[in-house]
Design a protein around this ligand. Structure first.
Ligand code: ZN
Length: 636
């Protein structure tokens, strides 16, 4: 049904790529533990050369927050802190951006310019984000044959990660780990016409980015923004949709919201409501509320706070009108209050006021005092005087917008497919040249080389993996969009057994990770060496996984580990089982001595296993098992 509504939609997809940051050589990796340093800053607001501030920026700035940054020395340096100029652009990230541009037949200029885009929500320490336009135009075919037009492709830095907002301390806390990770920003033109089409385009773009094998994986590594308007509605940007599969749901729910706002507009038109009629003065009703049974109002009055009421002429049944599933116009207004004021909620006359324990007589008196007629509504706000008046101004402003219909704005995607107001639509991005980085000349030869080695599509891969390499459909499906796909193809073309390699890459690495082994050691060189040992027949297929474990635990170069591995007469799995047994029978000792139980237990371990395997392996495993046991004890 909703497929018949005329919609105009476009997508902006942000995908993290690569393993290093864009303008410094820090690792692109997220950190959760204790930061090495905490840095507190306040941003200075600089007017643009036109002497005006961006509306969206100003709204955040007006709330006067401090910005607190968590710094991790493993993944941050002085560049993130804006204490050192940026280094040159990461060539791998640039190559990937060029590769995607070629895949969509976009136009790549001869010279790329790095620009600074003003960002004042604190998510960039410097107050700007570095971005460069890599290509313009291009297109992408959907499965149904429709061509999606691409507007532009940019390579930019990701922002710091929002951790928390502390309203009482007026602090916004960011983690710097994500700041500077390369992002490809790919925007379509507003050429999408149905919710399903939006979803298909999002999936196709997701696949396009993943066939490069450079797209980062995991939660938050891909984020899409959605631009939508319906006929008679307005352009709305929904930010931060993380789940590609749900994107059509966001479109449908936004269409519904705009439809309902248009309907509210019509109702208010019929009631002939003018903006001036909403300018009624708010009234203080503390006196009236002295005996109120409602707890939070009673408390407020006792604590010398204020209770304000305001009439909203001809607005009856509007605050209570559902505009998205389980979301009323009143709920919508709450998101404006949260974004713009210190007030987090309000009471309105479309609600059942009895649930707040208001008595009939009190309601009657409020209505009398406000001169409420049949078609009118009223609102009650509790808080400091200034905050109350501020909130009433925001509510009034939003109701005035309702007379006009759908306001243009930026919204945050909510988990249930709805969205809430976050800020006004940003003005045209204010960009300034990044004077610390010289323009980047695109080398024709580099471009030719990328062109010669463009990745295969997912469908082509599936075909080759099943037919030529003999993989099962299941393995082929998993491998075709895996970041190891191109490496896998290279190795197999070099004569490596496809199935063993696929199982190693797709199943064993996950399994070893579950066993708490340090799988970060498994890079392409490690894999090549292990496969080499296997192909030479030093290790058989049956004990290949065990050999990989052995390499990870002994921490020795693969070739040396292979020689020692041959000498050992027992498998790692057996060793692990034995040690686990010893740890379990000594649970009480571990409870008591924690990691100091190690030396006592090592004696037991040596008694059982000495000479069967290197002592170094034994101590590594014992240490790990004790740590796991301590964790279990602490949890219980
Ligand atoms: Zn850095």
């Amino acid at each position: 049904m909703e497929e018949n509504i005329e919609i105009t939609a476009g997508l902006e997809i942000h995908q993290q790529i690569g393993s290093k940051k864009l303008f410094c050589r820090c690792k692109a990796q997220l950190k959760e533990d204790n930061p090495d340093a905490i840095i507190r800053r306040r941003i200075r607001l600089a007017a643009s050369e036109l002497g005006e501030f961006d509306k969206a920026a100003l709204e955040v700035f007006k709330k006067k927050y401090y910005f607190v940054y968590q710094y991790f020395k493993d993944v941050c340096c002085l560049v993130e802190l804006d204490e050192e100029p940026p280094h040159s652009c990461d060539i791998e990230a640039l190559k990937t951006a060029l590769e995607v541009s070629l895949l969509i037949n976009a136009k790549i200029p001869d010279i790329l310019y790095v620009m600074r885009k003003t960002v004042i929500d604190g998510s960039n320490v410097s107050g700007f984000q570095r971005t460069m336009l890599v290509s313009i135009g291009g297109n992408l075919k959907l499965k149904n044959g429709k061509e999606v037009q691409i507007q532009s492709l940019a390579l930019e830095e990701d922002a710091a990660r929002l951790i928390a907002k502390d309203e009482t301390k007026k602090e916004i806390i960011y983690n710097l780990d994500r700041l500077g990770i390369p992002l490809i920003e790919l925007s379509t033109t507003p050429c999408l016409k149905t919710p399903t089409e939006v979803k298909e385009a999002a999936l196709a773009i997701g696949e396009l980015l993943r066939i490069t094998c450079k797209a980062r994986r995991g939660l938050g590594t891909i984020r899409q923004d959605l631009n939508i308007s319906i006929k008679g509605g307005a352009r709305v940007e929904i930010k931060g949709v993380q789940e590609l599969e749900l994107i059509d749901e966001y479109v449908r729910k936004e269409v519904l919201r705009q439809k309902n706002l248009i309907e509210i507009k019509k109702i208010l038109e019929q009631r002939k409501l003018s903006k001036e009629e909403l300018d009624e003065e708010p009234l203080n009703i503390n006196e009236l509320m002295k005996e109120c049974k409602c707890n939070f109002i009673k408390e407020a009055v006792q604590n010398k706070k204020f209770v304000y009421a305001k009439k909203f002429a001809k607005m009856r049944d509007i605050f209570g009108k559902e505009i998205q599933p389980n979301r009323r116009f009143g709920t919508e207004i709450v998101s404006y209050l949260k974004a713009k004021t210190n007030i987090k909620g309000f009471i309105h006359s479309d609600e059942d006021l009895k649930k707040y324990k208001f008595e009939d007589d009190e309601i009657r008196k409020i209505k009398e005092k406000l001169r409420i007629n049949e078609e009118d509504a009223f609102v009650i706000i509790v808080g400091n005087e200034e905050d109350c008046l501020d909130a009433l101004r925001v509510i009034t402003e939003r109701c005035k917008q309702a007379i006009e219909g759908v306001p243009e704005e930026t919204r945050n995607a909510l988990e249930d497919g709805n969205s809430e107001y976050s800020r006004p639509l940003p003005g045209a991005a204010r960009m300034y040249p990044e004077t610390d980085i010289p323009p980047i000349l695109i080398d024709k030869e580099l471009l030719e080389e990328i062109k010669r080695n463009l990745p295969k599509t997912a469908d082509e891969r599936f075909e080759i993996y099943t037919k030529k390499y003999g993989l099962s459909e299941k393995l082929a499906n998993e491998m075709k969009l895996n970041n190891y796909a191109r490496f896998f193809e290279e190795m197999v073309e070099d004569g490596v057994e496809a199935k063993t390699l696929a199982v190693f890459l797709l199943e064993w690495i996950t399994q070893l990770k579950r066993e708490n082994l340090d799988v970060d050691k498994i890079d392409e060189i490690f894999i090549k060496d292990v496969i080499d040992v296997y192909m030479k027949g030093i290790v058989t297929r049956d004990n290949l996984l065990d050999f990989i474990r052995y390499c990870l635990i002994s921490n020795e170069p693969v070739k040396e580990a292979a020689i020692k591995f041959k000498k050992d007469t027992i498998s790692i799995k057996e060793v692990e089982n034995k040690i686990e047994e010893i740890v379990k029978t000594n649970r009480e000792l571990i409870k008591d001595k924690k990691e100091y139980a190690f030396s006592a237990l090592m004696g037991d371990v040596m008694k059982e296993l000495k000479g069967k395997i290197q002592a170094k392996i034994l101590s590594e495993i014992l240490r790990r098992k004790i740590a796991e046991e301590i964790e279990l004890i602490e949890k219980s």
